[in-house]
Write a protein that binds this ligand. Structure first.
Ligand code: FAD
Length: 421
């Protein structure tokens, strides 16, 4: 967003509370990201730090079965790959690039307060040395991620009632990976309390995490590291791949606070992008893509707000719609993934009515194929509902299990990074 608005010739200040390079989770990217990196002018740099990723492996629980799908099976076979990246490297690269494109970048500058008035806003930040600095600005973009700075201030953040999960994760050396071209693919392994990601990085380490229902993390009765390894043991395939692996830095992380949305993303003088607006379960690695896409779309709205204010209401309405479409499309699948019918469709995807092509375009974040793409998703859903009705008993059991899994178990602690003991 900073790069794009600076390119419009504006005076842009980018405030980051941390210092790059800093740790961040969310390492698996999608082919849809590649085009956006290209438009930013950083594609070659990202390629240098990335592990090539051509598709997804799905591993079901309790079954000696695997499914491998390739991004090239989507509507556009040329959108066939992406990368797995260390976020500390990617995020630093994007931050420095914004600086080179004309943004004033400040690290160790934590925004504490934003006050709006008729002219724009006053933004107050505390710097690393404890000093406070204030900026008067015509427009504020909140890209504060899951800190949701503006949504907290405006009390517009709402917990997603249809999803309630948490994550435990760590990095491993010497994990056994897939072979050949599939080495860099993400593996998604389902287990009783949720699902695991297995993300191979370019430097030989592998990111492994369990996204589990909130009740499961809440029930933890032992040190985090032990609980993490016990959780891994529930997934025989993953356990086997990690048999000779070692946990990097002995560090296990836990995070709660999953799945929310702000009631709105835009105001006359502000915009929330990425996780600052909404967060959905990361099963399909859509977070970075949705965040970047919202920045590209949002940059146009900033230009409208500052240069053609009469057009702003219509531009805001269009952006609000766009920012909900992507998360809604992914969420439809995420909410149903505990259902055996949809699991079968993932495990053995057939291309009848082009449903596999539609699914693969969505999983590649290659979303611009107009009506034929939309129709293939509609057909996927039609097949799903048809098979679900035919198997109504297991559909009902799956629905009941989902309700049970997302039951409210009270507040969980926010993000905690715990050194394993
Ligand atoms: C467990 C887990 C696994 C995930 N896996 C994936 C994945 O594999 N692929 C994927 O695409 N996505 C994944 N995601 C989602 C992904 O991490 C996010 O969607 C993505 O990082 C959102 O980008 P963003 O720019 O909106 O926010 P962030 O990347 O979080 O950036 C926000 C920045 O704002 C800074 N900040 C916050 N508050 C302030 C403040 N007050 N003042 C100044 N600076 C501030 C933060 O330090 C941070 O640098 C995952 C998320 C989780 C929780």
């Amino acid at each position: 967003m900073a790069t794009l608005t600076a390119r419009q010739g504006r005076s842009v200040v980018l405030l980051e509370k941390d210092h790059h390079p800093r740790f961040h989770i969310g390492e698996s990217l999608l082919p849809g990201n590649v085009e956006l990196f290209d438009r930013l002018g950083v594609k070659d740099q990202v390629a240098k730090i990335g592990m090539p990723k051509f598709g997804i492996e799905f591993v079901p629980p309790d079954l000696d079965d695997r499914s491998y799908v390739d991004f090239s099976e989507g509507w556009d076979p040329s959108k066939d790959s992406a990368w797995q990246v260390r976020r500390s490297e990617l995020d630093e690269l994007l931050f420095r690039h914004a600086g080179k494109q004309g943004t004033l970048t400040l690290e160790g500058a934590k925004v504490r307060q934003v006050d709006f008035d008729a002219e724009g806003a006053v933004v107050r930040a505390v710097l690393a040395d404890g000093a406070t600095r204030t900026w008067r600005t015509r427009f504020v973009v909140d890209a504060s991620g899951r800190d949701t700075l503006l949504a907290n201030k405006l009390k517009s953040k709402q917990k997603n009632p249809d999803h309630n999960s948490t994550a435990l994760f760590g990095h491993f050396r010497d994990a056994r990976r897939l072979e050949g071209k599939r080495e860099g693919n993400i593996s998604i392994c389902w287990f009783e309390h949720g699902w695991f990601w297995f993300i191979p990085l370019a430097d030989g380490t592998t990111s492994v995490g369990a996204v589990c229902w909130a009740y499961y993390l809440k029930a933890r009765d032992k040190p985090l590291k032990e609980y993490f390894f016990d959780t891994i043991a529930m997934c025989p395939e993953l356990n086997d791949r990690l048999r000779n692996a070692t946990l990097v830095d002995d560090a296990v992380h836990a995070t709660g606070n999953f799945a929310y949305s702000s009631t709105h993303a835009t105001g006359d003088r502000y915009l929330m992008v990425g996780d600052a607006f909404t967060f959905i379960d990361p099963m399909f690695s859509s977070g970075v893509f949705l965040a970047m896409q919202s920045a590209f779309d949002g940059a146009e709205v900033v230009a409208t707000a500052l240069d053609r204010p009469a057009e702003l209401p219509a531009a805001r309405r269009a952006l609000e719609r766009r920012m909900r479409t992507g998360p809604r499309d992914y969420s439809w699948f995420i909410y149903r993934v505990t259902n055996p019918t949809i699991r079968d469709m993932f495990m053995h995807p057939k291309n009848t009515f082009k449903v596999k092509q539609g699914l693969m375009s969505l999983l590649a974040a290659d979303l611009r194929h107009g009506p034929r793409y939309r129709l293939s998703l509609v057909m996927f859903k039609a097949v799903y509902y048809f098979v679900s009705v035919l198997n109504w008993r297991r559909t009902y059991a799956g629905w009941q299990r989902h309700r049970y899994n997302i039951r409210d178990i009270g507040p969980l602690k926010g993000e905690t990074i715990l050194k394993a003991d």
